[in-house]
Ligand binder design. Structure first.
Ligand SMILES: NC(=O)c1ccc[n+]([C@@H]2O[C@H](COP(=O)([O-])OP(=O)(O)OC[C@H]3O[C@@H](n4cnc5c(N)ncnc54)[C@H](O)[C@@H]3O)[C@@H](O)[C@H]2O)c1
Length: 255
């Protein structure tokens, strides 16, 4: 029980990495506020946690809206009396090359993927300071430090998440708040499944992507959740401002 007595907010808890993280944290003894704009899927996460004896509450929020995000923190405080952990996971992906990216696409991606992380930090940090400290885990991406020609706005937003993580770590470290970013490579979630399915031969395309990894496969959501657990727990008590690359060796090579 690495998170016994803790209270965590996990955004994007209805699917993929967020769902795996919410379940993992609850299993380790944390109460979890499962945040998502998809009520149906996030309520399934809550039901799964409760069926195993864990504590979880659903909180609807569009993470790009300040009032919604403020309510997620209020829900943690009213339901469980404190807030110690925030996982900013919710994000969207719109594929477009830089010159094909419309202003609307750019704004949409940045509203969820970067402003959403900013709002999460903004409202969670005061509550964490009240609790005597806390841990923020921002789910960035390897695409925060390398480029993808088809994901211009997404890459820019993820780079912003890495920088904002360092700012949060530096500013609130003296008050006991740690902030770290996880940079996954591909993770087998609905987001990536949709990407594979865009190819005329998804099975072949999947194998082609696997071959680019030193480990010859992509991650499971649970493997990313385990890293989030490490960053949330006291096992990482001296780690802050870091960017943890969890990519099966995807970005270690030049050729
Ligand atoms: N899957 C990958 O390969 C991969 C790789 C690197 C980084 N990431 C990052 O990991 C995180 C999770 O990705 P995933 O693959 O699990 O995605 P996913 O699409 O499976 O799940 C994302 C969840 O976020 C929710 N969400 C989206 N926008 C929201 C909003 N505005 N407000 C509230 N909820 C919202 C969705 O409803 C969904 O439940 C994202 O930050 C993503 O950028 C994913």
């Amino acid at each position: 029980m690495q998170l016994a007595g803790k209270v965590a907010i996990v955004t994007g808890a209805g699917s993929g990495i967020g769902q795996a993280t919410a379940k993992c944290f609850a299993k380790e003894g944390s109460a979890v506020i499962a945040v998502d704009w998809n009520k149906e899927t996030a309520e399934k996460t809550v039901a799964a946690v409760r069926s195993k004896g864990g504590k979880a509450e659903f909180c609807f929020a569009d993470v790009s809206k300040a009032e919604d995000v403020r309510r997620t923190v209020d829900t943690a405080l009213t339901s469980f009396g404190a807030l110690h952990i925030l996982v900013n996971d919710a994000a969207i992906q719109i594929m477009a090359k830089l010159t094909d990216t419309t202003e609307e696409m750019w704004d949409q991606i940045h509203a969820v993927n970067l402003k959403g992380v900013f709002l999460g930090c903004k409202y969670a940090i005061p509550a964490m300071i009240d609790a005597g400290g806390g841990s923020i885990i921002n789910i960035a991406s390897v695409l925060g430090f390398v480029g993808d020609p088809d994901l211009a706005a997404y890459c820019a937003a993820k780079g912003g998440v890495i920088a904002l993580t360092k700012v949060a770590a530096l500013t609130y470290g003296p008050q006991g708040v740690r902030a770290n970013a996880i940079c996954p490579g591909d993770v087998d979630t609905p987001l990536v499944e949709a990407y594979f399915n865009k190819d005329p031969d998804p099975k072949r395309f999947r194998q082609e992507i696997y071959s680019k990894y030193a480990l010859r496969r992509i991650a499971s959501p649970e493997e990313i959740a385990q890293v989030a657990l490490f960053l949330a727990s006291d096992a990482s008590s001296f780690i802050t401002g870091s960017t943890l690359v969890v990519d099966g060796g995807l970005t270690v090579k030049v050729y």
